[in-house]
Design a binder for this molecule. Sequence first.
Ligand code: SF4
Ligand code: SF4
Ligand code: FES
Length: 218
Amino acid sequence: MSEEITITIDDRQIKTRRGEKLLWAALENDIYIPHLCAIKEEKRPNASCRLCFVEIEGVSRPVTACSREVEEGMAVKTRTPRVDRLVKTGFELLLSDHNLNCRECPANRNCALQVIAKKRRLKLKHNRFKPIEREYELDQSPAEFAFDRSRCVLCGQCIWADRVEAEVGAIGFTNRGIDRVVTTFNNLPLADSICTECKLCVEACPVGALYYKEGQKA
Ligand code: SF4
Ligand code: SF4
Ligand code: FES
C-alpha cells in the first residue's frame, strides 16, 4: 500500500497517497479543479485540455494538476489570478471550436462544459476568440448511438474506453493542432469499422459528442 502523506490545498490539510496525482487528491476531497482529459488509470497523462491549472508554493509557474504528483507538505492553491486567467483562456479557446447550441445538445444539463462554466463562473458562449467555422460530419451509422464531432472537446476519454476497456481500438486521434479529430481508421463510418458498438465510448464522453439516439438506452 502507498505511503500516506499530507498536503494542503486552499489552506485545507488533506491526506493522500504518495504517487497520487494532485487532481485526484483534490477531487477525492471535494476540492474542485476543472478537468476534461484526465483519466485516473493513465500513468502518463497527456494534459491536453489545459484546464486543471493550480499553483504550488515555491514553483514559479502554474502546473497542470492531472500530471503533477503530490509531495509531502506541498501547499497548493486552486484559485489565483494566474490560474484563473489560464483556465479562462483555455476554456474560451475550447469553445471557439464547439457547437454551442446547448438547447439542442443531447448532453444538455449533463455536460462537463456546463459544470466547468458554472463552477468557475465562465460564460458558455463564443468570446474573444473567433469561432472556427467548419463542417463536421455527423456519424449516425451505429444502431444505437451517434457521433457529432462539432461537439467533441478532444478529451480522449472515448479513445481510452475503446482501447483499454473495450479492447477494440476502433477510434483514435487523427491530425495535429487545430485539425485534430477523433476518427476510425481511414475515417470510415463507425458501423463500417471494427467498432463492436459496445457503447463504452458513449458512456465515457463527458459532453454531447457521442450520444444515444433518441429513446434508446444502454
Ligand atoms: S462502441 Fe465501438 S468505438 Fe465505442 S468503445 Fe465500443 S468498439 Fe470502441
Ligand atoms: S467524442 Fe467525447 S469522449 Fe471522445 S474525445 Fe470527443 S468529447 Fe472526448
Ligand atoms: S485534466 Fe489536466 S490538462 Fe486536462
